[in-house]
Design a protein around this ligand. Structure first.
Ligand code: WT7
Length: 578
């Protein structure tokens, strides 16, 4: 079943023309701006529609785990986020201070995100499946002033470590009926008492808006700072890539704890005035097909891991579900296997368009488009306003641009609106990502003669598991807190379902025997601290770790050995007794 998609999409040649003459000002002209000047993401996302033709249109359609459905119009969403902004004002939160969330996909999470942006606080969503350690790390690094969470998550993951968070002044519990103490407050009563009107203060496009943590290989997670101007990118990519039109029904399956769930699960859909479907529940093939059919989803943004799970579940959706309204299916986060595209043509009646971006780019930078001939396996082409190149880093820090078809590090020319402005408190780490006019992405890729970009792998040791970045260093540090572990190294091994599987190699401290009981104990210890999304799934005891002469763990070598691949350049190897 083939369908004609997006009749309104410009033809390829028109598109190429548009790319040539493109200026970001033209996107600004599609936005509103604050009445008194300035640019605020939440104004563009909700208030603008709440005072216009879309006021009563459903903005957020929330599907509860138990199948309760709650709907919020643009007007209602504007008021709810105003209430949250007023709660922050009542707590004395100042513009620029950080409001964190740690919650499942509850409506209040969306009110908090938009309300924080209105109040010009910096919103920092955390993934609810993190364990206490990653949560406290991030709250500390980000200097969280307010945490919006649930009773259960607070009790299980934050309470015990609260003393390590002196800057955290207030905890707002979404599901509590009563305040627990002077600084642990029940959110719903506060929202109910707060005024539903709020005037957004002067917001400079360069004011910080969002903080998203992303993993590094050598240090603790980096906090990528994004500004209000990023909304230009969300607006532009919402039309170019997602093809969103006011009134569309749209579903992004990502959690706002990751950048996709914020940029494309909150901002882009609301800016475009669509009905944004949010499902509280986790992946379930049957449920997902039901949602696509029952909600009449037109544009669906999901991830390769989920697609691979759908491919395996044995359901032939078109035999049982009416997907005739589904216009566009897209994916992001890890390589999309060409088999998945073939499968989707049969199973969903259309291909899947792969998109590429990162926490640091803030929005889609490279993408397949309905009007571009699809080359399965390629991430597509750079969007208007984005210039991509393949570079090689020289020893002296300079970069060399490589020729068409050559493999090297993917780089983007600085200056797109949603480019991260810095890693919080880490100017040097920020500077290392840039060389001259180029931002270096850490991805290895090549660009073919027609401008299609092909992903090769990460240039560093970062692990992508079920679409989520895991920094080996963070996991190794947690493992080493176990008394039996003297040293640890963590790598990602290929896995057909989740992309990469986190595996740890541990050197034991004197007096500990490598047996199954200890293995289980260490894995359990890591899961408790780090949470299931980050903790290793496998563990192997080793006598020593391969290191460079300067003492850096050669994770790549561990991986090559595990997979029986060539060991590559081992000239700096200083192997320990094994
Ligand atoms: C890294 C960024 C993408 C936003 C959410 C994740 C990998 C992303 C693709 C793709 C192959 C991809 C890259 C990138 N990645 N999209 N289409 N094909 N790899 O953001 O957690 O910062 O991860 O995800 O390695 O650098 P993130």
């Amino acid at each position: 079943m083939q369908k004609t998609r997006q009749p309104e999409a410009p033809a390829l040649s028109q598109w190429q023309q548009a790319r040539k003459g493109f200026r970001w000002d033209s996107v600004m002209a599609e936005l509103d701006g604050l009445p008194g000047g300035g640019l605020n993401i939440a104004h563009e996302a909700v208030d603008r529609h709440a005072s216009g033709a879309l006021a009563d249109h459903v903005a957020l359609r929330w599907l509860g785990r138990d199948r309760t459905v709650l709907e919020f119009s643009y007007c209602a969403l504007s008021e709810a986020s105003n209430r949250f902004a007023n709660v922050l004002a009542g707590l004395g939160v100042q513009p620029g201070e950080r409001v964190f969330s740690l919650a499942g996909r509850l409506p209040e999470l969306y009110f908090a995100a938009l309300g924080s942006l209105k109040h010009r606080a910096v919103f920092c969503p955390l993934f609810a499946a993190f364990g206490p350690e990653p949560i406290v790390q991030r709250l500390q690094r980000g200097g969280g002033r307010v945490l919006v969470t649930t009773m259960r998550l607070y009790r299980r993951k934050v309470a015990a470590l609260r003393a390590q968070l002196p800057e955290l002044k207030t905890v707002l519990l979404i599901d509590a009926e009563q305040d627990a103490s002077a600084d642990i407050l029940a959110l719903r009563p506060l929202l109910a008492q707060a005024s539903q009107s709020y005037t957004i203060g002067p917001t400079d496009p360069e004011d910080p808006a969002l903080l998203h943590f992303t993993s590094g290989t050598t240090g603790m997670p980096k906090g990528a700072v994004h500004v209000h101007q990023a909304v230009l990118m969300h607006r532009a990519t919402g039309s170019w890539v997602l093809g969103l039109q006011p009134g569309d029904v749209y579903w992004c399956t990502a959690d706002p704890g990751w950048v996709t769930g914020t940029s494309y699960g909150i901002i882009a859909p609301f800016v475009h005035g669509v009905t944004n479907v949010v499902d509280e529940a986790e992946f379930d093939a049957e449920r997902w097909y039901q949602i696509l059919a029952e909600q009449r989803v037109q544009v669906w943004y999901t991830a390769p891991t989920a697609i691979r799970m759908l491919m395996r579940c044995g359901i032939h959706p078109l035999e049982r579900f009416d997907l005739s309204q589904l216009r566009l299916v897209l994916s992001v986060g890890e390589p999309l296997n060409p088999e998945a595209i073939l499968w989707a043509r049969e199973a969903l009646g259309q291909p899947i368009l792969d998109t590429w971006w990162q926490t640091e780019t803030g929005g889609i930078a490279i993408s397949n488009l309905p009007q571009l001939p699809l080359r399965p396996g390629s991430m597509g082409q750079p969007l208007p306003g984005i210039e991509a190149a393949i570079l090689r880093r020289e020893e002296d820090g300079s970069v060399q641009e490589l020729a068409t078809g050559e493999e090297g590090e993917l780089a983007l020319r600085r200056g797109w609106p949603s480019q991260f402005r810095a890693y919080l408190h880490e100017p040097e780490r920020t500077a290392r990502c840039f060389s001259g006019d180029w931002y270096l992405t850490g991805d290895q890729a090549r660009i073919d003669a027609d401008g299609y970009v092909w992903f090769v792998g990460r240039a560093d040791d970062i692990i992508k598991t079920a679409g989520h970045m895991v920094g080996p260093f963070e996991v190794e540090s947690a493992l080493m807190e176990h008394p039996a572990v003297a040293e640890a190294a963590v790598v990602g091994l290929p896995d057909p379902l989740i992309g990469q599987l986190v595996k740890a190699y541990c050197v034991l401290a004197r007096g500990h025997d490598p047996d199954h009981r200890l293995e289980r104990a260490i894995l359990g210890f890591a899961r408790k601290r780090l949470g299931s999304a980050v903790a290793p799934k496998r563990l192997e005891f080793v006598k020593g770790l391969p290191k460079t002469r300067s003492g850096k763990i050669l994770r790549r070598l561990l991986k090559a050995r595990e997979l029986g691949l060539p060991e590559g350049d081992t000239s700096t190897l200083e192997e320990e007794a094994s």
